[in-house]
Write a protein that binds this ligand. Structure first.
Ligand code: RTP
Ligand code: MG
Length: 138
């Protein structure tokens, strides 16, 4: 493991449900550092670039519309092995099957069948983290 940086997003459902503090608490309690943080109303252009790998998939349009539906908290987080570590804190994509103890497992809800409403995003590799941090912070 080495010291890395990752992009964490508190998605619009997390902000709307006032869970930003709880999510930040879990990141800090794990020992990771908050390097930069801001509230963003993301443009379609930014979201299109962020989710480019998912373009054309059936969930792409609902996902982008959801991400446009309200403010997002974008966080630059640093720590040893933080890319894998934050994804472990977040839990699996679908809150229904995410393990208890994880952000999605403890706090996620199924609002209808909208699996996109899963509270957080975390970069999935060193390359993704660099690319995404460049989009949201530079
Ligand atoms: P994220 O990128 O948000 O950290 O989540 P992830 O890696 O666990 O999931 P990914 O496969 O990258 O998908 C990105 C986001 O798209 C929504 N999604 N909906 N079947 C579906 O309806 C579906 N699959 C994915 C979720 O919001 C997921 O986080
Ligand atoms: Mg992903």
């Amino acid at each position: 493991m080495s010291v890395e940086e990752t992009l964490v997003l508190v998605k619009p459902d997390g902000v709307a449900r006032n869970l930003t503090g709880e999510i930040l608490r879990r990141i800090e309690a794990k020992g990771y550092q908050l390097v930069d943080i801001k509230l963003v109303e993301a443009s379609r252009e930014l979201l299109g670039a962020h989710y480019a790998e998912h373009e054309g998939k059936p969930f792409y349009e609902p996902l982008v519309e959801f991400m446009e539906s309200g403010p997002i908290v974008a966080i630059r987080v640093a720590g040893n092995g933080v890319i894998e570590g934050f994804r472990s804190l977040a839990g699996t994509t679908n809150p229904t099957s995410a393990a208890p103890g994880t952000i999605r497992g403890d706090l996620g809800r199924d609002w209808g069948l909208k699996v996109q409403q899963n509270l957080v995003h975390g970069s999935d590799s060193v390359e993704s983290a660099q690319r995404e941090l460049g989009l949201w912070f530079d």
